[in-house]
Ligand binder design. Structure first.
Ligand code: 5GP
Ligand code: ZN
Length: 117
């Protein structure tokens, strides 16, 4: 039964399919549906928090578990040494579209300038 209108909560619940690359008791990592780099993985807490600030404020331990999952994913994807960019888009100016905290791991090629003006 659909219990949430949050897209990523529905992925956690298994109501929407995703290509999961890593899972812990409290976090989930899955490939972005519209990849912007050869490796583009989203890392989320399973619990709903609107953005990374809300996550860190409510449960800093869980925020740390999200970062530990990032480390596990980059190791598993073979990009820990070549490098990666970790982005948490937050709020309107940050360009956030899905309001369930998530980090983007971008890797597998040079990601380019941090931002373009
Ligand atoms: P934001 O702009 O909120 O930081 O990023 C949201 C990301 O979620 C986007 O990169 C977008 O491609 C991705 N996304 C949107 N819908 C889905 C979906 O149904 N499945 C997956 N795997 N990714 C999605
Ligand atoms: Zn959610």
């Amino acid at each position: 039964m659909v219990t949430s209108d949050c897209l990523f909560c529905r992925i956690v619940a298994g109501e929407i399919p995703a290509t999961v690359v890593h899972e812990t008791a409290t976090t989930l990592a899955f490939r972005d549906i519209d990849p912007k780099a050869p490796v583009h993985v989203l890392v989320i807490p399973k619990a709903h928090h609107a953005d990374v600030s809300a996550l860190a404020g409510a449960d800093p331990g869980l925020a740390g578990e999200v970062l530990a999952t990032v480390a596990a994913v980059v190791a598993a994807e073979g990009v820990a040494a070549s490098g990666y960019r970790l982005i948490f888009n937050s709020g309107p100016d940050g360009g956030q579209e899905v309001f369930h905290a998530h980090g983007h791991i971008l890797a597998g090629a040079p990601i380019g300038p941090m931002v373009s003006r």
